[in-house]
Design a protein around this ligand. Structure first.
Ligand code: DLL
Length: 433
């Protein structure tokens, strides 16, 4: 399917970079002149807008962190007058004050454009019925996906989260072709459907899932695709950037970051030094076109890699790889760094293992312990011949060799771990309790 905005999406790379530079320069001048927070920050860092002479000079600008948004609560960093705002979203945040994001009409427009491109790149368009099962409200997922799907001429079914049986009935009755929700909610929905005697694969028209808002692995994608008979696409964004903004295209080889809207960098999480294509580090984003809450070099905290090559789909904008986890999600177990996504990656390759797991980290004396509770696959559980002790040993062995740290495994019955409608919580760290 053709791109939503081919002139921009397929623009030659050098032209795109010239556009990015122009937008960056305008942004920096505007903020230096009119925004107290950014002017102070730039002065403290000894940078003047005239110092930005090439795109790489973005590196001269100071970083911005979530704590800056919290300190500026609710709207001290905003660059638009209150009566220019048409929307607020608020992210809850697990600790401390929430962060408030304001949007001018232009900001909502840009956000919608971003998702119109993204959904089109996943093969959606007019004639599709998109069930939006992200939460509507202060969370950006529901309204963001809603506006994007309407913009491309699809029909939106705004179910939000919850009331899962009804969601499945509506999916069948209204011939839903795509669903936007967290991967964990789709897993839950698939199970509830089976209990209702409905096979999503055979009894619905669903063909695409636009899944994100939480980490999920390539192996989970394969399982979802095989089980539900759909194509599952990764969608990424954060409330500070506006909300969900970027997805993979039908090539499923990385998430396109629209370069005219956002300038992405990967930096070393410890030193802040720039990293090159293919090097894993922390995603840092400058939003080039945003009025109400400008974002320069925002250290998102998500770990990924950048792919600078052109995609086979013809879009020239850079891509990032699947998010591996957050800097602050990384568990340090007896000195070894472990991301929950690595655990999922390993577990989902073992056929005897179901789709759900939970990690419990604790401390015994001076020693960290990690217990992985794993649901056994339905088939393995009901098959009397499968020796569960052997499965347990196999899972322990596979986890130990991929994580380089010893792990206890507890096999539990299918359906016994918690299910989630929004973002899932897979890790319980008792050390911090
Ligand atoms: O989760 C926005 C969103 C809504 C994205 C719907 C995708 C779909 P926040 O609540 O601010 O915003 O959380 C942002 O969630 O920094 C990541 O750590 C995580 N995250 C979001 N998308 C993905 C993804 C929304 N595709 C935080 N893979 C981000 C992994 C993701 N992690």
């Amino acid at each position: 399917m053709a791109a939503w905005n081919p002139r921009i999406e397929e623009m030659p790379r050098d032209e795109l970079q010239r556009l990015q530079f122009k937008l960056l320069k305008m942004l920096v001048y505007r903020l230096y002149s009119f925004n107290d927070f950014y002017r102070r920050r730039m002065k403290d860092a000894g940078v003047h807008p005239d110092d930005i002479r090439t795109l790489d000079d973005v590196r001269k600008l100071p970083f911005m962190y979530k704590r800056d948004l919290r300190d500026g609560y609710p709207d001290r960093i905003f660059s638009a007058a209150r009566d220019e705002l048409v929307r607020y979203h608020v992210s809850s945040g697990t600790t401390g004050k929430p962060t408030v994001v304001g949007y001018t009409r232009h900001d909502v427009e840009i956000w919608t454009e971003s998702l119109a491109r993204a959904f089109t790149s996943c093969g959606l368009g007019r004639g599709d019925v998109v069930q939006v099962s992200y939460g509507y409200g202060l969370f950006t997922g529901g309204l963001g996906a809603h506006y994007g799907a309407e913009r491309i001429g699809a029909t939106v079914l705004p179910t939000s989260v919850g009331n899962t049986e009804r969601q499945i009935e509506l999916m069948q009755d209204l011939h839903v072709t795509a669903i936007a929700c967290t991967p964990s909610y789709l897993l839950h929905m698939g199970e509830v459907a089976e209990k209702m005697g409905v096979s999503i694969q055979d009894d619905t028209d669903l063909r695409a899932g636009i899944l994100g808002a939480e980490p999920w692995s390539e192996q989970m994608r394969e399982r979802i695709q095989d089980w539900l008979g759909i194509r599952a696409y990764d969608i990424y964004g954060t409330s500070e950037l506006s909300g969900p903004m970027f997805t993979e295209c039908t090539e499923q080889k990385g998430i396109h970051i629209w370069g005219d809207l956002a300038l992405a960098e990967i930096v070393d999480p410890e030193t802040g030094e720039p990293l090159g294509p293919g090097e894993r580090g922390e995603l840092t984003v400058t939003i080039l076109q945003k009025e109400a809450l400008p974002i320069i070099r925002y250290r998102i905290g998500d770990i990924t890699v950048m792919d600078d090559g052109t995609c086979a789909c013809g879009r020239t904008h850079p891509r990032i790889g699947r998010i591996q986890g957050r800097v602050d999600d990384m568990l340090i177990i007896r000195g070894i760094n472990v991301f929950p996504s690595q655990v999922e990656h390993t577990l989902m390759q073992i056929p005897d293992v179901g789709r759900h797991f939970q990690i419990v980290v604790d401390r015994r004396g001076a020693l960290d312990t990690m217990l992985v509770r794993v649901e056994v696959a339905e088939e393995a559980f009901s098959d009397k011949i499968t020796d569960l002790m052997v499965v347990k040993k196999k899972v322990e062995h596979r986890l130990r060799s991929s994580l380089n740290v010893g792990v206890d495994v507890e096999l539990v019955e299918p359906g016994s771990l918690p299910r989630f409608e929004g973002k899932s919580k897979k890790v319980i760290d008792r050390r911090s309790m």
